[in-house]
Design a protein around this ligand. Structure first.
Ligand code: FPP
Length: 247
């Protein structure tokens, strides 16, 4: 029995979010530059997307570049942006064959023009796909997202489009970058770091966390399946008691 066979099809998470971490350490372990790790990370993205589509996951969000990542050395930022353009260019046809729709969350305007153009092209190419929705978090951070949401809410209150008394958690959902996307039931972080790093802070209120020591360039669909099996063995109580869940 393979790990894939152990997955219970009726208990699949709709949305899995992944903090892809460990590219730099993976490269350093082999005496290579950090970008070498990022390049190999693309193969992990390919395998993970393939794995998610094979079992029918609806949403997969990948934390590919945070707002804080802009503070990395210029060479690394430039190389990462170049890699993104290349990966999007090379993978779009295969994504279409897999019926994958693409979207992004993050500060689109802060991305280099060539990344914006390639992203828009790919999002458009894949817009009719109805399978997995692949969400790339690019120039994203939760604090950026929540700040933007508050600004828009304040503007709508000022313009009389929204009443303060009507603001509740569902209204706030509508002002976030993830509008229309269900909250992730499962959040995975690779590389043995036990942090959230400014990722989907609002949306992971009740997510199950799965931390694995596997470095991102070594991560494959089988690792995704292990995380899903682990998730399926957990009791999600949402503040209730175990007895309440049984009855
Ligand atoms: C974190 O590892 C990884 C990133 C900041 C970049 C992730 C990018 C990719 C996997 C490549 C392209 C992505 C797509 C979606 C095509 P790190 O550099 O922080 O590693 P370290 O903690 O070992 O230094």
């Amino acid at each position: 029995m393979t790990i894939k066979d152990k997955i219970q099809k009726d208990k699949l998470p709709k949305h899995i979010a992944i903090i892809m971490d460990g590219n730099g350490r993976w490269a350093a372990k082999q005496g290579n530059q950090r970008i070498f790790g990022h390049e190999h990370g693309v193969e992990s993205v390919r395998s993970t997307v393939e794995g998610a589509t094979e079992i029918g996951i609806q949403y997969l969000t990948l934390y590919a570049f945070s707002t804080e990542n802009w503070s990395r050395p210029h060479d690394e930022v430039n190389a990462l942006m170049g890699l993104l353009v290349q990966a999007i260019n090379d993978e779009t046809e295969k994504l279409k064959e897999q019926n994958v729709r693409l979207t992004m969350i993050g500060d689109f305007a802060s991305l280099p023009k060539d990344v914006q153009t390639k992203l828009n092209w790919s999002i458009n190419e894949l817009s009719k796909c109805t399978g997995l929705t692949l969400v790339l978090a690019l120039s994203y951070s939760s604090k950026w997202e929540i700040t933007e949401a508050i600004k828009k809410i304040a503007q709508d209150v000022k313009d009389d489009k929204l009443q303060i008394d009507n603001i509740d958690k569902d209204i706030l959902d509508n002002y976030l970058a993830t509008v229309g996307i269900p909250d992730p039931e499962l959040l995975i972080r690779t590389s043995g770091e036990n942090r959230i790093s400014n990722f989907l802070l609002w949306q992971i209120a009740y997510s199950e966390f799965y931390f694995t020591p596997v470095l991102w360039p070594d991560f494959r669909k089988e690792n995704l399946y292990e995380a899903i099996c682990d998730y399926q063995n957990r009791e999600r109580r949402f503040g209730k008691t175990s007895q309440q869940l049984v009855s």
